[in-house]
Design a protein around this ligand. Sequence first.
Ligand code: ZN
Length: 95
Amino acid sequence: MLLIECPWCGKRAQTEFTYEGDATVKRPEDGDQAAFHAYVHLRENVTQWHDEMWQHTAGCRRFFKACRNVTTHEIIATAKPKGDLPDMSSGKITS
Ligand SMILES: [Zn+2]
């Protein structure tokens, strides 16, 4: 069973959490329909490390970010929503 570390509650079983989506997208300004279409519908098909939003639905119900390898499901870091995750764009830990 996968253990996920909630920034507030500590490590808990995966069954307590819900995946909430891509943490790398940012909502565009109102009025730009092409940018809004891309924000809602277009995602990269990531094969390695990905920053994701999760919710501790069976615990504190708070949202947080997790850096997860989508191939191995390894989670190397979690952070509060405005916190920073390590830069894994090169495939290696850099911070
Ligand atoms: Zn929690």
